[in-house]
Write a protein that binds this ligand. Structure first.
Ligand SMILES: Nc1ncnc2c1ncn2[C@@H]1O[C@H](COP(=O)(O)OP(=O)(O)OP(=O)(O)O)[C@@H](O)[C@H]1O
Length: 280
């Protein structure tokens, strides 16, 4: 699969406002400042990547947005409403696919709806089949997780995260464990899925090229304590096709992000190249 589709209509996607959020963990009598005061605004329908060194608080920020962790101070608003726990309309996908081994692919897909007691009618089955087709899994609905490759399992898990038609999708290194080729395939497929239904997507990655290929904006974070170092725009046109990865514009942005990450590591302030703008 090579084609990526236009950005989705922003109409029904979620806006995200992170306001002065901090997070401290206590472990063995010690305090770990995972996040210093962090403020970010993401417009509905954007594709945002979070990138930064290990321990800079990317997962922590994602979990706070997902309502799976509480902030020590500050707050997160979705469409102006404070997040106080997991919310309808928000889905999360992690690095490990976590499919249930005793359920086939279709039944794994339907699980989130079954857990909420939603009615599973023929339109839901149609949607599930459409997601499987978009992920190249149309022939595997009846297969069990043990019969799938790692990439196929991750595709199924991503399809599952979309079954409830989320308006906000939070993804924590979903392709981190996959080989480069599978990862590029899944990057294309993820862009197609993102474009298919309006949604805001916040994506944690360690890969600069993945972040540049996918995103409208890249949040560069720094560690000890975790904080936003810079927000970099990715003004590459959409739809994005694979050959964009070898264009001079692509390399320019890769360079910007790399420089910004080096600055973040060394504690320098963002330069003109890594321009700060603080909002998406
Ligand atoms: N439940 C927890 N209890 C105590 N400390 C934690 C907990 N979760 C995270 N931390 C600490 O908070 C800091 C930020 O961790 P977090 O996992 O958010 O970083 P990250 O940027 O996602 O890292 P990585 O890129 O390695 O996944 C780290 O120092 C980590 O050890």
């Amino acid at each position: 699969m090579t084609a990526a589709i236009q950005a989705p209509p922003a109409g029904t996607a979620t806006s995200v406002s992170i306001q002065n959020v901090t997070k401290r963990y206590q472990r063995s009598g010690k305090t770990i400042q995972a996040l210093a005061e962090t403020s970010l605004d993401f417009s509905p329908g954007k594709f945002i990547s979070l990138i930064g060194p290990s321990g800079c608080g990317k997962s922590t920020l994602l979990k706070i947005m997902a309502g799976l962790e509480t902030a020590t101070s500050g707050r997160v608003l979705f469409d102006g409403v404070p997040v106080t726990g997991p919310r309808d309309g928000t889905s999360v996908a992690f690095q490990k696919p976590t499919l249930l081994p005793w359920r086939n692919v279709m039944d794994n897909l339907l699980l989130p709806l079954q857990l909420t007691g939603a009615k599973i009618d023929s339109s839901v089955h149609d949607h599930a089949r459409q997601l499987l087709t978009l992920m190249g899994l149309e022939d595997f609905a009846g297969h069990f997780p043990r019969e799938l490759s790692g990439g196929m399992e991750q595709r199924a898990a991503i399809a599952r995260s979309l079954i409830s038609k989320p308006r906000l999708l939070l993804m924590d290194e979903p392709f981190g464990a996959l080989d480069e080729f599978t990862r590029e395939d899944l990057n294309d497929e993820l862009l197609s899925l993102w474009a298919n239904e309006p949604k805001t997507l916040i994506f944690v990655t360690h890969s600069i090229s993945e972040a540049v290929f996918l995103s409208d904006q890249i949040v560069v974070m720094k560690a000890r304590p975790g904080a936003v170092h810079d927000v970099i725009d990715v003004p590459l046109a959409r739809p994005r096709y694979r050959d964009i990865r070898s264009s001079p514009e692509f390399y320019d942005i890769i360079r910007k992000v790399r420089l910004s990450l080096e600055e973040a590591k060394s504690g320098r302030v963002p330069t003109e190249i890594g321009r700060r703008n603080g909002s998406a």
